[in-house]
Design a protein around this ligand. Structure first.
Ligand code: MF3
Ligand code: CO
Length: 282
């Protein structure tokens, strides 16, 4: 047995939580598999991974500026991560060629760093960092505004951050995944924005992408129930224009808005606790 499985065997889910899961099951709610409920030692490992992941983003924040290329960001991310004894999760993940995702302006996500792509004054760029440390995964992203950014872009970036915060407020124990998407989409639409539907958050920690899929649209009281010990990402992709997206046919990774409008994204990995939730990627 590996260490992760030993922890599952050694550290059981508390009886009162199992009882409450059983009640949910009887009410026909979707209840997570027990392997989606992290145990204290898993959580410590994911916490340590998340601390490095946050350090990477802080390091990017220190250096990012107009004139640098997205490959320069990739270099910063890889060097900081490796020098802290960790590995970049995106590298060679399902064939992904780089160590980080850098998505500029109308790019929604999975922008691939390149020596040919410079950051310009007025750009908004998402840097999406995912780390593996001692076998444990963490995942977070931030927006960076390069130089003097238009008020429209600034508002999109700030309101998208608010969407993440509103999603996290909805991610209370014994709520459902649908409550998160409902809250985010309601707010985003009230601000005149649209929500990307094709991609979403996910369970994270023991693997890069675990169940559940965390849509940023949804209906209240639907989808998987949020049980203390679950760790999920919330990572709304919010478009200034229409919700539709297109996949780059040349690299098969980069997602952009179909209408060419700007898009922003912020992401945290959060632990569902018995009293609320905790941001691991601060
Ligand atoms: N970090 C992204 C996420 O939030 C996943 C990127 S996968 C990659 O899930 F291979 F494109 F890096
Ligand atoms: Co993610």
């Amino acid at each position: 047995m590996n260490e992760i499985d030993e922890i599952f065997a050694r550290e059981p889910i508390p009886a009162h939580i199992l009882e409450r899961m059983e009640q949910c099951r009887k009410r026909r709610m979707i209840v997570p598999d027990e392997r989606l409920i992290k145990r204290p030692s898993h959580i410590e490992g994911i916490r340590a991974s998340s601390r490095i992941n946050t350090g990477v983003l802080d390091e990017v924040a220190k250096h990012i500026k107009a004139g640098m290329t997205t490959q320069d960001i990739d270099d910063i991310v890889r060097e900081y991560t490796n020098s802290h004894g960790a590995v970049c999760a995106p590298y060679h993940f399902e064939g992904y060629p780089k160590s980080v995702c850098t998505s500029i302006n109308d790019e929604v996500c999975h922008g691939i760093p390149s020596r040919l792509r410079k950051l310009h004054d007025g750009d908004i760029v998402n840097v999406d960092v995912s780390t593996i440390y001692n076998g444990y995964y963490s995942d977070a992203s931030r927006m960076f505004m390069i130089g003097e950014v238009s008020p429209q872009r600034k508002r999109l970036v700030e309101e998208t951050k608010r969407c993440l915060e509103i999603g996290m407020e909805a991610a209370q124990p014994w709520n459902t995944v649908g409550d998160i998407g409902y809250a985010i989409s309601k707010y985003a639409r009230s601000r005149g924005y649209s929500v990307v539907r094709e991609l979403g958050g996910h369970g994270v920690g023991l693997e890069f992408h675990e169940d559940p899929f965390v849509a940023h649209i949804g209906r209240k009281h639907t989808g998987m129930v949020l049980v203390p010990g679950m760790i999920i990402t919330i990572e709304p992709m919010i478009n200034a224009g229409r919700a539709g997206v297109v996949l780059d046919p040349y690299n098969d990774w980069t997602v952009s808005t179909a209408d060419g409008s700007d898009s922003a994204q912020w992401e945290h990995s959060i632990l569902i606790t018995e009293t609320g939730n905790e941001i691991l990627t601060y």
